[in-house]
Design a protein around this ligand. Structure first.
Ligand code: SF4
Length: 305
């Protein structure tokens, strides 16, 4: 028999109502301001969600406007050449994300636009449950609870799970129960922001937390704050280690980006620029070509697709 989700947070209806009110009131004063949160455009939410994977929000804020200026609609992105998308993506790292975003845009246009329901959005290749939930709730006001690292932490702690033993599968039903039906997009933003600013992984700021009254971890954390902080250090993207595969992959794409449109480099030129052996380079190029990030012509010259 498949394992059932563990029972998580159970609150009386009135407590749930008060908790929602308290968090939404806090959010009115402390919301992270971002254009994709208020535009109501599902394409904006999709772009921001893909950009925000493994990238700090401050960098997303810098790049988002430039990307939308280059590709103002999902149709414009779907029509664009891959090489142009990769050029505009410059500075964001993890170039495969640009390809996935481009592919998702094509699929969305092919099916005639964005579906509203998170379940249908998830059927589109490149759109996971979290991205589907934020598109559905921010743009279409559907009650789809988004669970990312921050939300998982808040819900787990509210439930008294200070050691984070609950899985996404356990947390999702509690997140679904908590979501505000009247303002699902704002609710998702509020709980994400609380996890990002107050209920942080190291030293949660319980003293200023607007929902501390309902939190079962607060008393335990008061005793264990120090140990918890060390054990649950938050994820921070690491810069690629110089000399690693990821480092060279990024440098190859960057070298091609810097060429004029349709410009190409021979493997020898690339090997010289990167100071890398021919054998290693050809292995990296084959993998990049398989991923759709570069094109290798019959004469061996390499260019963006
Ligand atoms: S009281 Fe503390 S642990 Fe509980 S939700 Fe608030 S910040 Fe997180």
């Amino acid at each position: 028999m498949p394992n059932r989700p563990k029972p998580v947070l159970r609150l009386a209806e009135e407590d749930e109502r008060q908790l929602r009110r308290a968090l939404l009131a806090w959010h009115r004063r402390h919301a992270l301001k971002a254009p994709w949160r208020t535009s109501g455009d599902p394409y904006h939410v999709l772009v921001a969600a893909v950009m925000a994977q493994q990238t700090q929000i401050s960098r997303v804020l810098l790049k988002f406007d430039e990307f939308i200026a280059a590709f103002p609609t999902v149709e414009a992105l779907a029509r664009a050449r891959t090489a142009r998308v990769l050029r505009v993506w410059e500075g964001m790292g993890y170039n495969l994300r640009a390809l996935r975003l481009h592919r998702a845009a094509k699929l969305i246009v092919r099916r005639g636009g964005f579906p509203r329901a998170a379940g249908e959005l998830e059927q589109i290749e490149g759109i996971g449950p979290f991205t589907a939930a934020i598109i559905s709730s921010f743009a279409f006001r559907e009650p789809a609870a988004a669970v990312d690292t921050n939300v998982r932490r808040v819900v787990a702690r509210l439930s008294g799970d200070v050691d984070f033993t609950l899985s996404d599968r356990d947390v999702q039903p509690a997140a679904n129960a908590l979501i505000s039906r009247r303002a699902p997009g704002r609710w998702n933003q509020a709980i994400m922001d609380l996890g990002g600013r107050v209920c942080v992984s190291r030293s949660p700021k319980c003293d200023v937390c607007p929902i501390a009254r309902w939190c079962r971890s607060r008393p335990k954390l008061a005793k264990r704050a120090h140990k918890i902080g060390e054990r649950r250090a938050g994820y921070k993207p690491q810069p690629p280690f110089a000399g690693s595969r990821r480092y060279y992959r990024g440098r190859i794409v960057q070298a091609l980006r810097e060429l004029p449109a349709s410009g190409s480099l021979s493997p020898r030129q690339l090997a010289r620029r990167l100071d890398i052996r021919a054998g290693e380079l050809s292995d990296l190029l084959a993998a990049l070509q398989r991923d759709g990030l570069v094109r290798i012509e019959s004469n061996g010259r390499v260019l963006l697709p």
